[in-house]
Design a protein. Structure first.
Length: 258
């Protein structure tokens, strides 16, 4: 069993990545289903963040055969020179499995891989700080966090906030990380070697936080904003999958496995 991971919190003051951070190659996976309304804007936003901060990033969109043509939009953007590629899957196969497939599809020389949502709920402007944490700070995992000072949630109904808080409370004994259900993160690829990730549900971040061998983690604050395009994928079935996922992780811990 690997040593327990430790968690730190970054302050919320704006800062870019240091010049040497551009040496870290990384791939960010964005799983999609019917995200045609916003995917071009997201890819453009990420490209601009990469260019303005000297980052060597790749965007991998994993599209589950969206009827609205999301995948075709991404293919066009790739042909136009954007730093994006699309992995086309035959149908809806789940968010976590999409991220895992995307990491396999990512360029082999990316030293870090990550995930973010397609709906602008995750603030792309903190990516330079996440990259810098892995490149310069000695961290193996950088997490976009809603629940550290400087972070927060905007435009969520009270029911969603309560659901999120309960989900985090159920998982809290697993780790000192505050935002254990975050879906926005970068992790060193070597931290995933030999790790069996369960593709159930949509909380791939929980799998990484609970199982990967990253050593130190940094939580970078951001304000989560409810989606501005498309429709939410959260439903009762996904909540049940989360409970199953937690049960499997706790069961493995009781058996002495990470």
């Amino acid at each position: 069993m690997s040593p327990p991971a430790t968690s730190d919190q970054a302050d919320s003051s704006p800062s870019g990545a240091p010049q040497t951070a551009k040496k870290l190659k990384f791939s960010v996976v964005v799983p999609t289903y019917n995200e045609a309304d916003g995917i071009e804007k997201l890819v453009t936003t990420l490209r601009d963040v990469f260019e303005q901060n000297g980052l060597d990033g790749e965007i991998v969109v994993v599209d589950d055969n969206s009827p609205d043509g999301t995948g075709a939009i991404v293919d066009r953007l790739e042909h136009e020179g954007y730093p994006v590629r699309c992995l086309h899957r035959p149908g809806k196969m789940g968010l976590s499995s999409g991220v895992i497939d995307g990491w396999r599809f990512a360029r082999p020389d990316s030293a870090a891989v990550g995930a973010m949502d397609a709906d602008f709920s995750h603030d792309a402007s903190i990516l330079p700080r996440m990259v810098a944490a892995l490149q310069e700070g000695g961290y193996g995992l950088a997490i976009g966090s809603r629940y550290v000072p400087g972070g927060g949630i905007s435009n969520w109904p009270k029911r969603r906030i309560v659901t999120s808080r309960v989900a985090i409370a159920l998982a809290q004994p697993l780790t000192p990380i505050r935002d254990i259900t975050s879906g926005y993160f970068l992790v060193k690829r070597e931290a995933l070697e030999g790790v069996e990730l369960d593709p159930i549900g949509f909380k791939i971040g929980l799998e990484v936080i609970a199982k990967a061998h990253y050593g130190r983690a940094l939580e970078v604050p951001y304000v989560f904003t409810d989606r501005v395009a498309g429709t939410s994928k959260l439903n009762q079935n996904e909540i049940l999958n989360y409970l199953k996922q937690l049960g499997r992780i706790y069961g493995a811990r009781l058996r002495g496995k990470r």
